[in-house]
Design a protein around this ligand. Structure first.
Ligand code: ADP
Ligand code: MG
Length: 290
């Protein structure tokens, strides 16, 4: 091993040249400072190598994560550390932290976040997506309306199979906002084709402000809803948030009682789907937008 004194200008020049050739811009940037510390005897040669490599690796890792978040359409970044669990006591923090270890992705499970608007469903879904991206898993985020729009367009253009294959590629597909907007005719069918294609092959995180019993109305077709839920509840975790809106927390005194109160959602039993059509939904007051 060479002594620090061996770092002659020509050796340094060669290292600089090599770092450029190896496309290691961050290590190149840090080189002078690392050499200075080496010369002052603050660090040893091995530590100097370690520091340069760590700098470069951090840069690469950050840019990989940035690209993966952009490709996965995770534009608004939400994190688990930014989630205030004390605001939602109905949520089991440990359960969420276990989910963040991402075992559900390997097991190709479906995670459902159910709850009224503003209770953190999208936040938690995105936070799990961000964790997955950090862990090197591929993720794609979309709203149901966006997903159905893309599938409907692909169908019109004769590219449906290709588009379904696209949505099958990510290890984790997040579909946000099931139930906020009415599903266009044929939309349930398209969603079923995708869900069926991903079934037991890829994990999903779904968020909805409507109970499963209402999916017949959400998708405008109880038969399709039953078939969807059959797949989506098979290897599934259902996380129900029964709380008030975080968005409205500073204005709680201005809100009408039915919005302020802890709205709940019909429990996850597919059976009520068979109830006669036309009966008013149990939670029809939960119609606010996100
Ligand atoms: P939902 O999807 O259930 O309608 P969101 O996840 O979009 O609600 O939450 C609404 C806003 O409030 C977002 O900006 C989100 O980051 C924030 N938020 C919600 N719940 C919490 C919480 N418990 N801690 C911190 N921020 C929260
Ligand atoms: Mg939302």
């Amino acid at each position: 091993m060479s002594a620090p004194g061996d770092l002659t200008p020509s050796t340094l020049e060669r290292i600089r040249h090599d770092l450029v050739g190896l496309k290691m811009p961050r290590a190149l940037e840090a080189l002078d400072q690392v050499v200075r510390r080496l010369e002052h005897g603050e660090i040893g040669a091995l530590e100097a190598i370690d520091m340069l490599l760590a700098e470069e690796l951090t840069l690469r890792e950050n840019s990989r994560i940035k690209t993966a978040l952009r490709m996965g359409r995770l534009a608004t970044i939400k994190t688990l550390s930014g989630f205030d669990f004390s605001f939602q006591p109905s949520l089991d923090r440990d359960r969420i932290l276990t989910l963040a270890q991402l075992g559900f992705i390997g097991r190709c499970e479906v995670v459902h976040f159910l709850g009224p608007p503003g209770t953190g469903k999208s936040h938690l879904a995105i936070a799990l997506g961000v964790e997955a991206v950090k862990a090197g898993r591929s993720v794609y985020f979309c709203t149901l309306a966006d997903l159905l729009g893309q599938l409907a367009r692909a169908e019109r253009e004769g590219r449906l199979t290709e588009r379904i294959r696209f949505f099958c590629r990510p290890a984790l597909l997040i579909v946000d906002e099931i139930g906020y907007l009415p599903v266009v005719p044929g939309g349930g069918n398209l969603f079923f084709q995708l869900v069926n294609a991903r079934y037991e092959r890829g994990a999903m995180v779904l968020t909805s402000n409507r109970g499963f019993a209402e999916w017949g109305e959400v998708f405008g077709d109880p038969v399709v809803a039953t078939a969807l839920l059959d797949r989506l509840l098979h290897h599934a975790l259902v996380i129900q948030i029964e709380g008030s809106s975080y968005r409205l927390r500073q204005h709680a005194d201005l809100m009408p009682e039915h919005v302020r109160s802890k709205a709940t959602i019909t429990p996850p039993t597919p059976a009520p789907l068979r109830r006669p059509r036309g009966r008013p939904p149990k939670n029809d007051h939960i119609t606010a937008t996100t």
